[in-house]
Design a protein around this ligand. Structure first.
Ligand code: NAP
Length: 274
């Protein structure tokens, strides 16, 4: 049976999801297409109507992860708590929404050998991506500190996570602190570095056996990751999170595991070509 999938966003044309999923469909002999659809705000109603009639599922990227919720019939517990959906499954017009961002991130760091339970993690940033990741790491019982430019936002996120997950989450000011030297996993979750600009916090003293992750994947190596590499840390860019959040969509859409290796290969080839 021929199936149709897509990612919607504004803009969506830059998205790497079509390349990744099409490679997976080819490997797994799934007869389906996956497109990137740029949707203007005034087109969202009509687009969701069209997708509901013609597509088996879709992903949602910036800026519609919250707006999509009002169209859904069912929403997973995790997505409801985050107030954001990145994956929709369409079963004869019945729309179910999920969020695989945090799960994808945790799968990526586990694949790199990091065990969240009982280990110290610092999340730099408190936006949408950070939120999804912090909730998932808290469910895995990591010891989390949030560092954000706007500290009040960090404290609000910490409180929400504590209320939902029943664990303690610390916050630290936007400056060098104990978190830098004691964390086993350091996550950069702000857009700083997307234009190749230097990272604004002083990172000297970073624990040299830490796993250091930047959620940015364009460029593949930010100043933040370069600094971490210099002190001997293991580094990971945002492509791995993108890969695993996409792989979780396969569980939802097809009830089967995604062919990770061919999807990863396609992603890196596409990024290196651009
Ligand atoms: P967002 O919701 O807009 O949040 C942005 C965060 O970055 C906020 O915490 C903000 O702090 C902080 N920030 C922005 N500019 C800053 C600056 N100049 N200095 C210090 N902090 C700054 O964005 P998001 O959706 O979470 O995305 C964050 C990053 O993750 C982006 O680079 C995005 O491309 C990447 N991302 C990657 C994936 C993936 O699959 N790899 C998925 C989603 C997002 P304030 O609260 O102080 O404003």
């Amino acid at each position: 049976m021929f199936m149709k999938y897509a990612v919607i966003g504004n803009p969506a044309q830059h998205s790497l999801s079509p390349v990744m999923h099409m490679a997976g469909f080819l490997t797994s002999k799934i007869d389906a297409t996956y497109e990137a659809i740029t949707v203007l705000p005034e087109e969202l109603d009509a687009t969701v109507k069209k997708l509901s009639g013609e597509y088996n599922g879709w992903n949602i990227t910036y800026p519609y992860k919250e707006d999509i919720i009002k169209y859904l019939d069912v929403i997973s517990e995790g997505a409801r708590i985050l107030g954001a959906v990145n994956t929709v499954k369409n079963e004869q017009g019945k729309l179910s929404g999920y969020n695989t961002d945090g799960l994808g991130f945790v799968a990526a760091v586990k694949n790199a050998g990091f065990i969240p339970k009982g280990n110290k993690v610092v999340m730099i940033g408190a936006g949408g991506a950070a939120r999804a990741i912090v909730f998932e790491l808290a469910r895995e019982r990591a010891e989390i500190t949030i560092v954000n430019r706007n500290q009040q936002k960090a404290e609000e996120l910490a409180k929400q996570v504590e209320d939902v997950c029943g664990c303690s989450v610390k916050c630290a000011p936007w400056e060098k602190g104990e978190w830098l030297t004691s964390s086993e996993l350091i996550i950069q979750g702000t857009p700083v570095g997307m234009q190749n600009e230097p990272f604004t916090l002083d990172l000297e003293g970073m624990k040299n056996n830490a796993l250091v992750v930047d959620l940015i994947y364009k460029p593949l190596e930010t100043d933040f990751l370069r600094q971490a590499k210099k002190v001997g840390c293991r580094t990971m860019n945002g492509l791995e999170m993108l890969l695993y959040q996409g792989a979780y969509a396969w569980d939802i859409w097809f009830g089967r595991k995604a062919p990770i290796e061919s999807m990863r290969k396609a992603l890196y080839a596409a990024v290196n070509k651009k």
